[in-house]
Design a protein around this ligand. Structure first.
Ligand SMILES: Cc1cc2nc3c(=O)[nH]c(=O)nc-3n(C[C@H](O)[C@H](O)[C@H](O)COP(=O)(O)OP(=O)(O)OC[C@H]3O[C@@H](n4cnc5c(N)ncnc54)[C@H](O)[C@@H]3O)c2cc1C
Length: 500
């Protein structure tokens, strides 16, 4: 049954945006290294990175209220927003480098400029938004932010949200014109096309089923050919587990001590997509609201202009829900088979702690289309049921682990890179802020797994990411230079996007 046996330098598991980014970085830094990719599906970018499976927001903390919090003394903590904004600038610089190097030909195929707005209702929320605006707009990273609680101005900014709205309730918004809509599916496919063109061996319909460490420290992977069921064995000195929701199972199979006491909590997503071109034309931007009490941060409602398949679209959501699958194309046994003797206590502790969240997610799954329309109407009072269809989005697997701050079985909402002590294996778990910060996260993988090469690679990294190693917030001149040059290169300088 088993025939093929190969050896290579690097194996990337999964053809999503994370493997695409790591593969591209490695090709630039170590062009001679042999890279092989195994992807379970027939194409790249078909799971969470696909354009219909995520919200396509270039997360730069320009509109997401959950990246800032109010401290006990009433001041606003913007540390997380600053970090995410700096990380998005890293992605923008790397993508610009790829355009300048002719590795990406038409950036408009994956990135478009759209205003990013936050919108709140009610006196208390408006007061919070104003205070937040005053803090953020004083920071060089957010200096373009505008605020308005004037209904006439808001009618200009968000006509669809203001239409048929009673003005009895206070309402306010902030706006940053230089926000982006990113088609991460298109970007993933472009990066994989480039990798294949530079002799990276990308094998589709190949499922990695197991892995073990060989006596020389390399990794041996058992890979199933999904077409004929045959099994192949491939080995590599370094393995990146970029399996999205599939990463936890693979990490557990590696058996490394770092894989223990970690669990996964799957959260599904549903969007509503507008099918009425007249309505779609009336909205322009990504407008993020406030999450409902008890709702997880990934269910912050937003009404987004998207640009998918050369067509302007309008999506609302995501509605979070519960499904035991870890991948959209996964199995209903994913959750149960991820429970192992080493993480059962962590999982049980999380189960007890997160009962209200689980209940909330199950209730969300049960919502009828009309109940979802009611939520949309809070955002857009004139929404008509016949104009909107349900679209199932991707799965996110949130990490559960034991932490000093949260105790046993604490649910994490961020991204976690887990590495073997000797740097021979890395896995990416979690999904937020996700694809937008892929370049920063993959640079972190390089630091942790290839420390001996970082000095040699530094000049090339600086060529690709001029702000590498510097804080843009503390260097406003560099920030302005980079903002101007990346906007020009990526075709984002014009205020109104060009629709071809
Ligand atoms: C509803 C939703 C909204 C989101 N919105 C945003 C957003 O607005 N902005 C943002 O930046 N991010 C967003 N994200 C997060 C973002 O989509 C993810 O962080 C990102 O796509 C993850 O990329 P990845 O490469 O790790 O995983 P994926 O794109 O899921 O790719 C993993 C690949 O691995 C393959 N695979 C898995 N197991 C195996 C195996 N055993 N063998 C071989 N192949 C395997 C899968 O088939 C898949 O192709 C959102 C996610 C969701 C679900």
């Amino acid at each position: 049954m088993s025939s093929t046996e190969t050896e290579t330098d690097i194996i990337l598991i999964g053809a999503g945006i994370m493997s695409a980014t790591l593969g591209t970085l490695l090709k630039e830094l170590a062009p001679d290294w042999k890279i092989r990719v195994f992807e379970n599906l027939a194409k790249a970018g078909e799971e969470s990175s696909n354009e219909w499976n995520n919200a396509g927001t270039g997360h730069a903390a320009l509109c997401e209220l959950n990246y800032t919090s109010e401290k006990e003394d009433g001041s606003i903590d913007i540390n997380k927003a600053v970090k995410i904004n700096e990380q998005f600038h890293v992605s923008m610089q790397f993508w610009s480098y790829l355009v300048n190097s002719k590795l990406i030909h038409n950036p408009q195929d994956f990135i478009r400029r759209f205003p990013h707005m936050s919108m709140v209702r009610g006196e208390e929320n408006v007061a919070f938004l104003k205070k937040r605006f005053e803090t953020m707009s004083n920071n060089p990273l957010f200096k373009e932010m505008e605020f308005s609680d004037d209904p006439e101005k808001l009618m200009e900014w968000i006509p669809l949200i203001m239409k048929d709205r009673s003005l009895d309730e206070a309402i306010a918004a902030t706006k940053v014109d230089s926000g982006t809509d990113v088609n991460f599916g298109a970007l993933t496919r472009m990066l994989f096309d480039n990798l294949e063109a530079t002799n990276v061996d990308v094998q589709y319909k190949r499922s990695v089923e197991n892995m073990k460490r060989a006596s020389d420290g390399s990794w041996e992977l058992k890979v199933k050919n999904n077409d004929n069921g045959s099994v192949e064995h491939h080995s590599a000195k370094f393995v990146f587990i970029g399996g999205g929701g599939g990463s936890l199972h693979l990490l557990q199979k590696s058996g490394i001590p770092e894989s223990k006491h970690i669990g996964g909590f799957p959260v599904s997503g549903i969007f509503m997509a507008c099918n009425n071109p007249e309505v779609i034309e009336q909205h322009h931007g990504k407008v993020y609201g406030k999450a409902k009490k008890g709702a997880p941060p990934m269910s912050v409602p937003h009404l987004d202009t998207r640009y998918i398949n050369n067509k302007k679209s309008l999506l609302f959501g995501p509605f979070a829900g519960f499904s035991p699958n870890f991948l959209k194309t996964g199995s209903m046994f994913d959750l149960i088979t991820s429970v192992k003797p080493n993480n059962v206590l962590t999982m049980l502790a999380a189960g007890a702690k997160e009962m209200p969240l689980t209940k909330y997610l199950i209730q969300q799954v049960m919502l009828s289309k009309e109940q979802r329309m009611e939520e949309l109407r809070e955002f857009m009072p004139s929404a008509k049921s016949e104009d909107w269809d349900l679209v199932v989005a991707g799965q996110r697997v949130q990490v559960i682990k034991d932490t000093d701050a949260g105790g046993k079985g604490t649910l994490q909402f961020g991204t976690e890179v887990i590495t073997a002590e000797d740097g021979s294996l890395a896995a990416l778990l979690g999904a937020s802020p996700g694809a937008s910060t892929a370049v920063h996260v993959m640079l972190d993988v390089l630091h942790r797994c290839f420390p001996e090469y970082m000095e040699e690679w530094e000049p090339k990294i600086k060529e690709m990411i001029p702000s590498y190693g510097e804080s843009l917030m503390e260097n406003p001149e560099l920030l302005d230079d980079i903002h101007t040059s990346t906007s020009e290169t990526l075709g984002l300088s014009q205020k109104e996007p060009v629709f071809s």
